[in-house]
Ligand binder design. Structure first.
Ligand code: PMP
Length: 396
């Protein structure tokens, strides 16, 4: 049982020289517990995964039941597995008419890879457009879309024909031309430090894509499943994408992802060649059961409807002269400070006071606030008091 950073790194490959290194033995609701019984309030939800909280009883029960019924049977797309059908139907029931066909995969990056291939197959084009400071995943195709040179430079060559444009810059839309297969955009950018497109920009982007025949792919991997106050963030922009990619909160804590499009687009992956995109574990039945249960929880506990009130509560209580801005939508918020040094001192302080928060990959002077949507009003107020006092001591 690893209890220190050095033990963590003895046989597990590292992702950075300085992992958080907390030992967590169990988790329930918005709390995680260490070996000494130490309790941590989870304000990042495993990076926007545990939207219904950790180990929600309904999700645990669904997992146990499905594990005892059947687990893996056959590669994705061959057998009729009732739980996959139910989950896909439930996802589609929340979507506009054009989004009817769900291709299940295992993760966000894989959903993005599938969407890249779909766009190339449908349009016969190779060009891709993404945005400055975009994050769509770490696999080669998804990394090609990343809008940050420092993080992708050492991995060249990546996919050719990728252009990056600026969010909310109408002029840049001209770079989307008839060589472009798809434009990828996080509906609300996460790792950029929570950046929100203007509605007018989104509408112009939608129009430009339709005009030149490029698919618009919206990445709802971090902002989907209720986090920003609607089931999917794009609902707030009055546009419909051609393809949506989802993962993270989708599985209620289990690994699963999907790309979603119309039947007409999706059927192109089934011929010329047949089996144009395949996955062994995509749509794992236990993950589907967990995801379906999590959707029931979101609905029954009316969690999405409560998000705007909870956002307002955070904003009301996150007041301090060192806070430059509280940015974001719903329960995907960034507290802007002045420097990485201030931020890391504040994060360390929060952790020592029992609150787990984090930074953003491409915005290392803002604190990430993305708790389970189940967080109560009292817990929000308590969290804010601790954060404000941590910021106070970190900026003195
Ligand atoms: N897109 C977005 C917007 C993400 O935030 C992430 C994960 N942080 C991904 C894609 C990649 O998902 P995964 O880590 O499951 O591959």
């Amino acid at each position: 049982m690893p209890s220190t950073r050095s033990e963590l790194l003895r046989h597990l490959a590292p992702t950075s020289p300085s992992p958080v290194g907390l030992t967590i033995e169990r988790a329930q609701g918005i709390y995680m517990y260490g070996p000494d019984g130490r309790r941590y309030m989870d304000l990042i939800a495993g990076i926007s995964v545990s939207n219904v909280g950790h180990c929600h009883p309904r999700v645990v029960q669904a997992v146990q039941q499905q594990a005892a019924t059947h687990m893996h049977l056959m590669v994705y797309g061959e057998y009729v597995q009732n739980i996959q059908l139910q989950f896909a139907e439930r996802i589609v029931s929340d979507l506009p008419a054009g989004l009817t066909s769900v291709y299940f995969v295992n993760s966000g990056s894989e959903a993005v890879e599938g969407a890249i291939k779909l766009a190339k197959r449908v349009t016969g084009r190779s060009g891709l457009v993404a945005f400055k400071d975009a994050y769509h995943g770490s696999s080669n195709g998804a990394l090609s879309l990343m809008g940050n040179e420092a993080y992708k430079g050492p991995f060249y060559p990546l996919l050719p024909d990728v252009r990056h444009i600026r969010l909310n810059e109408m002029d840049d839309l001209r770079l989307i031309d008839r060589s472009v297969a798809a434009v990828f955009l996080e509906t609300i950018q996460g790792e950029a430090g929570v950046r929100i497109p203007a509605i007018a920009f989104m509408k112009a982007l939608r129009q430009r894509c339709s005009q030149v025949g490029a698919l618009l792919v919206l990445d709802e991997i971090q902002c989907g499943f209720g986090r920003t106050g609607s089931m999917f963030a794009f609902e707030q922009f009055d546009i419909v994408p051609d393809v949506m990619v989802i993962a993270k909160g989708m599985g209620g804590g289990m690994p699963i992802g999907a790309f979603v499009a119309s039947h007409q687009l999706m059927e192109t992956l089934s011929h010329d060649p047949i089996l144009g995109h395949i996955t062994t574990f995509g749509g794992h039945p236990v993950s589907c059961a967990a995801g379906l249960a999590a959707l029931h929880v979101l609905e029954e506990e009316q969690l999405v409807q409560q998000v705007p009130r909870k956002e307002a509560l955070f904003r009301e209580h996150l007041k301090h002269p060192a806070i430059r801005e509280v940015r974001g939508r719903g329960l995907l918020l960034a507290i802007q400070l002045d420097s990485f040094a201030q931020l890391t001192a504040a994060i360390d302080r929060c952790i020592s006071c029992g609150i787990v928060t984090d930074w953003f990959l491409f915005c290392n002077d803002a604190m990430r606030i993305a708790p389970p949507l189940t967080i109560s009003d009292d817990e929000i107020i308590e969290a804010c008091q601790i954060i404000v006092s941590a910021i106070d001591s970190a900026t003195k």
